[in-house]
Ligand binder design. Structure first.
Ligand code: SF4
Length: 128
């Protein structure tokens, strides 16, 4: 979900599905509706204009669900930090499970962050 980004983070996310990065090989893909999602990959500083949409999208995602803050803006507002127009990060609107830094983060960094989150979930479910 784009929560007010400059769109550069989206370009890197779009590259994830090309033949070079091929994120589907890990069983990960983008879906058109939060109703079909296991996780929300959110970019942008969570602008005030997108705050309600982000909350609604989070509510529309079925449990169990994860939220990944993708990019420096999503982490703490990034270059827009402390602007009147932003909430200073996704975690100020919805709970976040994983942070991926970068402005924008490279496709490799995004894949690495998602894989680390998946591995930590596998490790914690194996302990049970
Ligand atoms: S982190 Fe950088 S590239 Fe991503 S939305 Fe913010 S300014 Fe744009």
């Amino acid at each position: 979900m784009d929560a007010g980004s400059c769109n550069a983070c989206e370009w890197e996310c779009t590259a994830l599905t090309n033949p070079v990065y091929d994120i589907q090989r890990f069983g990960i893909d983008f879906v058109a509706s939060p109703r079909h999602a296991d996780a929300l990959l959110v970019s942008g500083p969570a602008s005030r204009q997108m705050e309600l949409a982000l909350k609604k999208t989070y509510i529309a995602t079925p449990e169990p669900k994860l939220v990944i803050a993708c990019g420096d803006c999503a982490i703490d507002g990034g270059i827009y930090k402390d602007s009147y127009a932003v909430t200073n990060g996704v975690a100020n609107v919805v709970p976040v499970d994983c942070y991926i830094s970068g402005c924008p983060p490279s496709p490799i960094k995004i894949i690495s962050g998602i894989r680390q989150l998946m591995d930590s979930l596998t490790a914690s479910s194996n302990k049970k």
